[in-house]
Design a binder for this molecule. Sequence first.
Ligand code: FAD
Length: 549
Amino acid sequence: MPIFRTTQSNHKVEEVLDSFLSSPPAGTPSEVIEAFGRLVKTEGGVLPPSLFLEAVEQSPIAISITDLNADILYVNHAFEKLTGYTERELIGHNQSLLSYKVTPSEVYDDLWATLAQQRSWSGVLVNKRKDGERYLADLTVAPVQGADGETRYFLALHRDVTGVHDLERRLRNQKVLIESVVDAAPVVIALLNSDGKVLLDNHAYKKLMGDMRGKEPADRFLEKLFDVIEEDKKRSSSKRTGFVNREVELKFKHNLTSRWFSCSGVWVNKTYPGADFYFSGDKDCGLLLVANEITHQIKQQERIRMNAMRALMAEQQLGHAMRETLSGAIYQCQAPLNTASAVVAMMERRGDGEANPAVAALTEIIQSGEAVLSSLQEALPAESIEANIPINLNEVIKDVIDVSIQRLLEESVIVAWEPELDIPHVIGRHYALRSLFKQLLDNAVDALNEPQCRHREIAITTRSLDGQVEVVIRDNGPGIAHDKRLAVFEPFYSAWQNSKFRPGMGLTIALEIVHQHAGEMFIDPNYPGGCTIHVRLPINHASLSSEVS
Ligand code: FAD
């Protein structure tokens, strides 16, 4: 018999609810406590028991009251609706009627052990309805004590949380899926909040962080992408476009290497969690950063560029060598021809020109000599035509060192390269300047191969002077004697002891290139330990700015 269906028993409802409300079990839905509370106490005192009953009956939560064996004494309408059983089919039966028999026995043991301590219990059980359909019951059971403090009944509240659980599981599965895809992606991925703090990252990101010895990669990326991000941030959040394929170089100080990444960013609007933001809809505009490592491609491009440059410089050197050799030959032919011409002129002045067969022979020699000279002149390879453009001398010198690396290694020469960062550009001809510094570096290596040389070190520095950029190349070779410091720039001057035949045009051509750039080149007179050559080139020299030579 249902205990609330008789008038005599109504005081039991009151008793049960009063006791329940005096210490509502943890997890009891607040709306239930509130509804019961409103009924128990009003300004006019205790409300009529019938109202209690009505409230319990109409509560949207399934409510039951059992005896100490969990045999059902009372159920409300929501209980009937949820389980599919009628009140008649439930009263007198144990709550185990609802069990689908898959809930682990430990759960029930815990439920009963908790109740035995007169504490309330909350948990999830797998129940089945009358029609056999399973559902997840979020159950709260509270012991109801009598005036003597002994437990008299159990009050149970339960609701179907299958939908919520399914949603949670789907969300969890989706999260796991997304996380595993993001983790497996071979690109660095990080979701940053508006303060640049990393909210989510992937395996590649963590690996990069390890390579950076624990430093946050996001900080370095944000630093490098600062301008593009700030520019995008100026737009309203709906009009922000993000950015695509921005190349970023990360320098690793501990092993002096660089790695390159192609970075893209997408703005992500993320709603704040928590009750405070339930209605406000305030959003945090985060940035999803994706960085694809392109170090391999960059290095490959660089290798191709260096090979092309090596080939070009080899061709230029060949041209130079041919020009030097032919100029040497022309110079050497010119001297006897000049002498012969002077003799012929002298003889003609004396009046025995025509009759003298020697004059005729000499004239013939001069004519064929001049023909040879003119063929030699014609055979001189032409200088390449090149436009003047803004040039960073640090890059030029780095290229020259890279191109020469094989020779430097083979000849065990150490190069101390100390560029001044951010030197201004000079206007000049790229290939010409490269061959200028290649010539000076080659000379420095040649100097180290001279007999007197002990240390094999070359120091190259750059710095900006007033309106000029200066490059200093210093070697520890035998140096150049004071009285030879101008002569070395003259054509066909060569004083190498250890090298094969060299026509001595290298410094002459180098000086010519410097002059073409309105610059100056000189040997430091105050350096005793070898040779120090200073090259100074003007920044933005007006006469060079648009000229093509
Ligand atoms: P049972 O043989 O009934 O019991 C399994 C274990 O539970 C036992 O080994 C023992 O440790 C413990 N146990 C059982 N009865 C008692 C007891 N009287 N005193 C101390 N320990 C005991 N179960 C559900 O599956 N779904 C429900 O919705 C549900 N609602 C409940 C509501 C209330 C108010 C209470 C008190 C219990 C509820 N139960 C519910 C638990 C239910 O009574 C059974 O214990 C459970 O269903 C297991 O039933 P069984 O037949 O498989 O095992």
